[in-house]
Design a protein around this ligand. Structure first.
Ligand SMILES: NC(=O)c1ccc[n+]([C@@H]2O[C@H](COP(=O)([O-])OP(=O)(O)OC[C@H]3O[C@@H](n4cnc5c(N)ncnc54)[C@H](O)[C@@H]3O)[C@@H](O)[C@H]2O)c1
Ligand SMILES: O=c1ccn([C@@H]2O[C@H](COP(=O)(O)OP(=O)(O)O[C@H]3O[C@H](CO)[C@H](O)[C@H](O)[C@H]3O)[C@@H](O)[C@H]2O)c(=O)[nH]1
Length: 340
């Protein structure tokens, strides 16, 4: 009954590994460490360094570790990068997911959870966004994830495997116990960058676009605490293991904050009035993304525990400070097993 977590050395995946370990579940991680860190995988959880698109490796791991469920976080995640490097995004998010799912089918893995994204909706006209809304991604990132959703839908219909697809909105914050957080130094996420500005690691923060059709002209996003998101995955796994049907659900809180509101929150929580500069729009950014959350609440009984922007910011800030105080925090403490 081992749960294989791809991308488990990354930001969200590491919180899922913690949630599974806290629940007493057998877990293992497959990660190529392109943006993840060995130190983010708890001691005692096997970590294999390898590619989630390596079908032969996957088949071997499924057999050797007795894998019964896969939670698939591994992928490339930066929307503007996907605009300049679409081939890389379709390879890592779509082609490699196909190989992983093929290994799962062949290896008899019955339960599969996939990290999708609000970016599959593109620029929706109605807010909050229901799962039944039109899917018209405006970035290769969103399209690469949508293609994987479609593959899963068809594979679930044809084979003995069920899936939960979770479409995350904007994930932020850090483990309240301080065990993990967003550690990638070149991360592009607003809350992390604003925390870095508050801690003096950046001279200023850019606001990308002030002429969107939103209340204050800056983009609106639905920020969900990473620990709540991890709990949603545990509920999704319970649902599948109890024989529940395949589902596709939004993961958010159902309310949005603008870029300027987030900056205010970071200034309020940190007590630091860092410099903010107005900058041009960033490629691939939809004006507003806010989740309709009825489905996940009713089907999984999901109840957020940390739905509070200041709390999210406080946890993110504490993690950023810990990284700053211990520059070694994100450096390997032990060597992973090598694939092959
Ligand atoms: N962060 C967000 O706000 C957000 C929003 C929506 C969806 N998501 C999705 O959640 C998932 C996790 O995102 P994250 O924020 O934790 O990013 P992350 O970059 O911290 O984690 C991704 C992990 O996958 C690993 N990885 C990448 N390609 C791999 C490959 N081919 N084989 C093995 N490992 C590989 C990386 O080393 C990293 O540890 C992604 O699929 C992303 O698309 C994230
Ligand atoms: O320095 C910055 C960084 C970001 N922003 C703005 O803040 C908002 C949020 O940007 P993030 O980079 O934090 O997050 P995104 O909305 O671009 O994307 C995130 O959420 C998406 C789903 O909504 C995807 O899944 C993606 O993987 C994940 O990074 C955007 O309007 C962006 O333009 C700024 O103004 N300045």
């Amino acid at each position: 009954m081992t749960v294989l977590v791809t991308g488990g050395a990354g930001y969200i995946g590491s919180h899922m590994v913690l949630a599974l370990a806290d629940a007493g579940r057998e877990t293992m991680v497959l990660d190529d460490l392109s943006t993840g860190f060995v130190a983010q995988v708890p001691d005692g959880v096997p970590l294999v360094r390898g590619d989630c698109g390596d079908e032969a490796l996957l088949k071997r791991l499924i057999r050797e570790f007795g894998v019964t469920a896969i939670v698939h976080f591994a992928g490339s995640i930066v929307v503007p990068d996907s605009v300049t490097n679409p081939l890389g995004y379709y390879l890592n998010n779509t082609v490699r997911s196909r190989a992983l799912i093929a290994a799962a089918v062949e290896g008899g893995v019955r339960n599969f959870i996939f990290s999708s994204t609000a970016a599959v909706y593109g620029e929706p006209e109605v807010s909050p966004i229901a799962e039944s809304s039109a899917m018209q991604p405006i970035s290769p990132y969103g399209a690469s994830k949508l293609m994987t959703e479609w593959m899963l839908r068809d594979i679930v219909a044809a084979h003995d495997i069920r899936s939960v697809v979770l479409r995350y909105f904007n994930v932020a914050g850090a483990d309240p116990q301080g065990r993990s957080g967003q550690s990638f130094p070149r991360a592009t996420h607003l809350i992390k960058l604003a925390c870095q500005a508050a801690l003096g690691q950046r001279s200023h923060l850019d606001v990308f676009g002030q002429d969107y059709a939103t209340p204050d002209g800056t983009c609106v996003r639905d920020y969900i605490h990473v620990s709540d998101l991890a709990r949603a995955h545990v509920l999704a796994l319970d649902h599948l293991e109890d024989g529940g049907e395949s589902l596709t659900m939004n993961c958010g809180y159902g309310r949005g904050f603008s870029v300027l509101e987030v900056i205010e929150a970071v200034k309020r929580v940190s007590g630091v009035d860092f410099e903010v500069r107005l900058a041009p729009r960033r490629a691939g950014d939809p004006p507003s993304l806010v989740a309709a959350t009825d489905l996940i609440r009713s089907r999984l009984g999901f109840k957020p525990a940390r739905d509070d922007l200041d709390l999210i910011v406080a946890d993110a800030l504490r993690w950023e400070l810990a990284l700053q105080q211990n520059a070694q925090a994100a450096v390997s403490k032990r060597e992973p097993a090598l694939a092959g």
